[in-house]
Design a protein around this ligand. Structure first.
Ligand code: NI
Length: 191
């Protein structure tokens, strides 16, 4: 699904209609770009809100529930999330310079996936609740207390800003197998 979206997006680049849309190609494992540590956003200006909009479109198109800027090759501390259910209205959330300022001792386990590691899923255990401080789309400082899927998603996306992937939280054996598989796939794409 993601691979197809990526392909049609690359092909469509020459097309004016596609250019009007703002779906960006996703960076896929094992691209070393994913291991970069992103830099803070200094000012919430039109460039940043445009980037957030592009990220939301890219995320909805994939489709996914979260995306960090580095996943479209931009090393800035910015992420977008929408954990609304399929039958609910979209609820896009933008987090600029997000930081975990509190985490519960209680932990929860979710089966995670990542748009940069398409079609691979694994269970990851993380704190069940987190408090996250961030700057919103309007440039205001905010704090959110999150639990459930949102808590997991925030932690997964904030990891991306530090060059960390969810496969870093699984066993070394499993991680090495995934990386090997994606390295092979990248090589065959390059041929
Ligand atoms: Ni991810």
């Amino acid at each position: 699904m993601t691979d197809l979206a990526y392909l049609s997006c690359s092909i469509g680049k020459k097309d004016a209609l596609w250019e009007a849309m703002t779906i960006k190609p996703l960076i896929i494992l094992p691209d070393p770009v994913l291991r970069q540590v992103s830099k803070p956003v200094e000012q919430v200006d039109s460039e940043i809100t445009r980037l957030a909009d592009d990220m939301l479109e890219t995320m909805y198109d994939a489709p996914g529930i979260g995306l960090a800027a580095i996943q479209i090759g931009v090393p800035r501390r910015l992420l977008v999330i929408d954990v609304s259910k399929e039958d609910e209205e979209n609820k896009p959330m933008v987090f600029i310079n997000p930081e975990i300022v509190g985490a519960s001792d209680e932990r929860s386990t979710y089966e995670e996936g990542c748009l940069s590691i398409p079609d691979y899923y694994a269970e990851v255990e993380r704190p069940a609740m987190v408090a996250v401080s961030y700057v919103d789309r309007e440039g205001k400082q905010q704090t959110i207390q999150a639990d459930g899927l949102l808590a997991t998603c925030l932690q997964h996306e904030i990891d991306h800003l530090n060059g960390v992937l969810f496969i870093d939280h699984i066993s070394r054996l499993k991680r090495e197998m995934v990386i090997k598989k994606f390295t092979k796939a990248a090589r065959s794409r390059a041929v």
